[in-house]
Design a protein. Structure first.
Length: 274
């Protein structure tokens, strides 16, 4: 799987979350072909595109297959913060090492400064909740709650406790939560991408469905913000509150709808009914 040929003139960048925003495994067609047709049309006009996901690189490679991607996105942001540029002639992904080195340096600092917080959270989760504490290689720590309601309660507790630990950032999506350095999330990775390709914030489109997408739906990150109709309620509220577009469609159809809303309908394809 290779990306389309790099445009002569870059018009802007389109950033999509994957699970829920594009990919709906429970549907007969998990990712609608009209999404790729729309992207191919916009790509001809100079719009680059990126997948910004909480998935790891390996898990996302599986996602590309499951979603039947006919061509690769120009960029992939895995685990909300590892930036990759699209495949070479062999379809290999290349991590942006400069950005990764900054992350590793800042994470080392985070681990030193926040060890006490992490330890306290672990005790709280294990002793006082039905949630599960998880430690994965390359990530400081995470939580899997027994329900979305329990996660909301945990999130409120975390918000209060992290006030005394300046570096603690939280990435949350349905029943999952991870701790990280506060400067690394979907928002800062998308800003870095836009900086690298040299496009202003007004030419950045971002769409998502989960709490961890809110960082990239910030007005300082993207001038065009949207969410699909199957988004978490707090995401819809955020998008509405910031003058963004809440689609009526689910998943990839909702994403196409949002692209049409912001990027006009000059192209014939964009007139096709969804
Ligand atoms: Mg999602």
């Amino acid at each position: 799987m290779k990306p389309l040929e790099y445009p002569e003139e870059v018009k802007g960048i389109l950033s999509f979350d994957f699970d829920g925003t594009l990919f709906l495994p429970e549907n007969e067609v998990s990712l609608e072909p009209i999404f790729y047709e729309t992207i191919a049309g916009l790509r001809d006009e100079g719009w680059l595109w990126a997948i910004n996901t909480g998935r790891s690189l390996l898990y996302m490679l599986e996602g590309f297959q499951q979603g039947g991607f006919p061509f690769a996105p120009d960029f992939l942001v895995a685990r909300e913060r590892e930036i990759y540029t699209a495949g070479d002639q062999f379809g290999r992904w290349h991590r942006v090492e400069e950005w990764h080195a900054h992350y590793m340096r800042d994470m080392a600092h985070f681990m030193e400064e926040s060890a006490e917080f992490i330890e306290m959270m672990k005790r709280y989760i294990e002793d006082e909740t039905a949630a599960q504490w998880i430690e994965e290689e390359g990530d400081p720590a995470g939580i899997i709650a027994s329900s979305e309601d329990e996660m909301l309660g945990i999130a409120a507790f975390v918000e209060q406790e992290r006030q005394s630990y300046g570096l603690v950032g939280v990435l949350r999506n349905s029943i999952y939560m991870r701790f990280t350095h506060k400067d690394y999330h979907k928002g800062s990775s998308l800003q870095e991408l836009a900086r690298r390709v040299g496009v202003p914030v007004e030419q950045v489109f971002a769409i998502g469905d989960g709490h961890n997408d809110i960082d990239k739906l910030h007005p300082e990150v993207a001038g065009m913000i949207a969410c699909v109709s199957n988004s978490q309620e707090e995401v819809k509220e955020y998008v509405r509150g910031h003058g963004g577009y809440v689609a009526e469609g689910h998943g990839s159809l909702g994403s196409v709808e949002a692209l049409r809303h912001y990027l006009g309908c000059e192209d014939k394809l964009l007139h096709r009914p969804l």
